[in-house]
Design a protein around this ligand. Structure first.
Ligand code: PEP
Length: 253
């Protein structure tokens, strides 16, 4: 089965030169790799550099790290789904924990973004996950249920099969404390169950679920093989071309 490997560059690299170098190294490195789709999510300002390049490579797609829910208008600083689409973007990360925590994004905003992205025929990657405190209080399952239910409000069955979920425990992001594969598998089954309650069985069967949180070449394969996820969302390791390519090769089985 084809794995989806999403590179979340966050606010990196610092210069266009660095971004182009990273992109070109990854592009060269995946030339002969099969069975994988790589999504590069650079900062918005670097997207135009890669727009033409990805047209020739089927295995790489462009993603955005965020989006606004309106098409245009007086919304200073925001970027619309249509603007992203025009730049060749196919995937959009929504509800990343850094945006929920640092930028105070609410479930209501995430719901609006999700619906706007689906309406524009882009594929949303909806991030969900519990914090360290919620995990300690054993509230993880309740949190996932609430985040997903609120994000999905008003999303019809015919659009739901385009959604990709990324289970990203907040305590595992950028900390080196990756989640155990058996715990990821447990969450995957829960996410499928939530979808099954809301939509027809067919939708939950087609649902793609990724894992994200301190993925490295050492643990990457366990999330595909043991946790049976459909792919990975990678932050830190996606900025090191050698490590990232190692992961991509490893999961292209
Ligand atoms: C992320 O930011 O989505 C992420 C998974 O980061 P890292 O791989 O660095 O933990």
């Amino acid at each position: 089965m084809k794995s989806l490997i999403v590179a979340n560059w966050k606010c990196n690299p610092e210069t266009p030169k660095g971004a182009k170098l990273l992109f070109n190294t990854v592009k060269r490195g995946i030339k002969n790799i099969k069975n994988v789709e790589v999504v590069i999510c650079p900062p918005f300002v670097y997207l135009p550099f890669f727009q033409k390049k990805i047209k020739k490579i089927e295995k790489i797609k462009l993603g955005a790290q965020d989006v606004f829910w309106k098409e245009k208008g007086a919304f200073t600083g925001e970027i619309s789904p249509l603007m992203l689409k025009d730049l060749g973007v196919k995937y959009v990360i929504i509800g990343h924990s850094e945006r929920r925590q640092i930028l105070k994004e609410t479930d209501e905003m995430i719901n609006k973004k999700l619906r706007a992205v689906l309406f524009t025929k882009l594929r949303p990657i909806l991030c969900v996950g519990e914090t360290e405190m919620e995990k300690r209080k054993e509230q993880g399952l309740r949190v996932l249920n609430s985040q997903i239910s609120r994000a999905l409000e008003g999303v019809p069955e015919k659009e739901a099969d385009k959604i990709i979920l990324a289970y990203e425990p907040v305590w595992a992001i950028g900390t080196g404390a990756a989640c155990e594969p058996n715990s990821v598998l447990e969450k995957k089954l829960l996410l499928q169950r939530i979808f099954r309650k809301r939509y027809s069985p067919n939708i939950s069967k087609k649902l793609k679920i990724l894992y994200g949180g301190s993925v490295t070449p050492e643990n990457a394969l366990s999330y595909i093989k043991e946790a049976k996820t459909n792919g990975l969302l990678i932050g830190g390791s996606s900025l090191k071309a050698k490590e990232f390519l190692e992961i991509v090769k490893m999961v292209s089985i």
